[in-house]
Design a protein around this ligand. Structure first.
Ligand code: ADP
Length: 465
């Protein structure tokens, strides 16, 4: 640990801004290592939560109390530049305080001995992160997953060989020295533009995952969308990292470094392997095959053989709220895809199912559901709720029957009533294409409520028969 002591020595006094998951886990980390610390948050609720757990001793009264810090650790929720510089960022610039993040501090602690795998993209990050974690662990590697997946980077043990970090564009914005030995970019479609200001800024943030890479490092990029395809070419031309393209388009097979698949297997032109993968029911759909191909490439890049990877694909059990099959009542299947917080994320479920009674709504993202209109053909009827309801009803009008509902509960009831009366096999799908924050604490709460509604219905139906 003396090495660790030296690594942490430069943090003379740390100001933590934001007391959510990241802030609290960072606070505990610095406190445990006896590093002077001061914390700040604007929300009275977060402050109350903090003082209930840790007392008031380290709480700043105003942001100016952080002026004497050597480092300012920003939570990903704190805007660096857009829509305007946060007061903490201004203070850091004025007082020459180094801005950092929990991922950066973790890197500083373990960089001599550990490898880092970073996963980003608009959609598929959590699935890919946990799949890589699963494949590495099952292959005997000493690894952990963390970051945006809900495990603070500074909550992770410091004695692992491989850190698999899910990174949001907010976390990437804060990237400074961290070098990912393997960096994965899954896709880039419009999301979080309210925070980044423009698509250009959002792309710039995503691209940062490749920052600091050397000729020994791998950039794994799914080239199936226009933006990532462009970024792939850019990485190949302008950097010296090893760029691996992943595609679901067999026409790209001839391209060097491209790993292709045909819904059953990969043709890997980089490591010269063919690998079967269609054994896992939790990894259905083209999008999941991409996630799997990227995970396969990451595992190969850390030196695991293809046969070893193939052995462990089957035992991955997927993640809740991602096209999660909940059950079946009277020929109606229920799917919880609450994690689909933007239109692009709803695409996989809408394209994999038919005869859909679609529950959607919440706080819409820029562009709403305009971009996924082609998939409306699989939808029998839509039930819209939350802030997005009127806007979505207008987009759906004339293409799909639509019902405006007060909330998800009434949408669920209406959908079940219609689906039962239809008499055919059908799917009730919660895939909101929106964030949940107008009516729920988070997407998990929204998904849990959908599952609860299903369970209650199931009890009523079986109790009555
Ligand atoms: P994230 O962590 O990036 O939000 P998740 O793995 O939690 O991603 O999946 C969120 C949603 O995105 C799910 O609804 C899923 O259907 C969809 N999705 C998953 N992987 C992909 C992918 N590679 N491309 C597009 N959509 C995807």
């Amino acid at each position: 640990m003396s090495n660790l002591y030296l690594r942490l020595k430069k943090y003379k006094k740390v100001g933590i801004v934001g007391l959510g998951l990241t802030g609290i886990s960072s606070y505990k980390f610095f406190k445990n290592h006896n590093i002077p610390i001061i914390v700040f948050d604007e929300s009275p609720k977060s402050i109350e939560n903090f003082s209930n757990q840790f007392g008031d001793e380290d709480l700043a009264k105003s942001i100016n109390d952080l002026a004497l810090c050597s480092h300012m650790l920003l939570s990903p929720g704190i805007p660096l530049y857009f829509p305007r510089k946060h007061a903490a960022v201004k203070l850091a610039f004025e007082h020459n305080i180094e801005i950092t993040s929990d991922c950066e501090v973790l890197y500083e602690c373990v960089k001599d001995r550990a490898k880092f795998i970073g996963i980003t993209g608009t959609n598929g990050k959590s699935t890919t992160t946990s799949l890589i974690g699963h494949l590495l662990k099952e292959s005997g590697k000493n690894c952990v997953i963390g970051g945006n997946i809900g495990i603070g980077a500074l909550d992770l043990p410091l004695d692992c060989d491989i850190y698999v970090l899910e990174l949001s564009s907010y976390q990437l914005d804060l990237l400074n020295n961290l070098r990912f030995n393997i960096a994965i970019l899954l896709n880039v479609t419009p999301d979080h533009l309210d925070r980044h200001g423009s698509m250009i800024e959002y792309i710039k943030a995503k691209k940062k995952v490749f920052k600091n890479q050397t000729s020994e490092d791998f950039a794994i990029i799914c080239v199936d969308d226009e933006i990532t395809s462009y970024l792939y070419e850019e990485e190949k031309l302008e950097t010296n990292n090893i760029t691996i393209g992943i595609s679901s388009d067999p026409a790209k097979e001839h391209m060097k470094n491209i790993i292709c698949y045909d819904n059953k297997y990969f043709i890997d032109n980089y490591w010269n392997t063919t690998l079967n993968f269609n054994k896992n029911v939790y990894l259905q759909g083209k999008h999941n095959h991409i996630n799997l191909a990227c995970s396969y490439a990451a595992c190969r890049a850390v030196g695991i053989e293809a046969e070893e990877i193939e052995k462990h694909i089957e035992s991955f059990v997927g993640l809740p709220h991602r096209m999660q099959y909940v059950g079946n009542i009277k020929k109606i299947s229920f799917y919880n895809d609450s994690k689909a917080t933007n239109a692009e994320a709803s695409k996989p479920a809408l394209s994999s199912l038919e005869n859909i009674y679609w529950l959607l709504g919440g706080i819409p993202k820029t562009g709403g559901i305009e971009g996924i209109q082609k998939l409306f053909t699989n939808v029998k009827k839509a039930y819209v709720f939350g802030n997005a309801s009127i806007g979505f009803a207008i987009t759906l009008k004339g293409k799909v029957p639509v019902k405006i509902c007060n909330d998800m509960n009434s949408a669920f009831k209406e959908a079940y009533y219609d689906a039962v009366n239809d008499g055919n096999e059908a799917n009730i799908l919660l895939s909101p294409a929106c964030s949940s924050l107008d009516q729920f604490k988070n997407f998990e709460e929204r998904g849990e409520q959908f599952i609860k509604l299903y369970k209650n219905l199931s009890m009523v139906v079986s109790g009555g028969s």
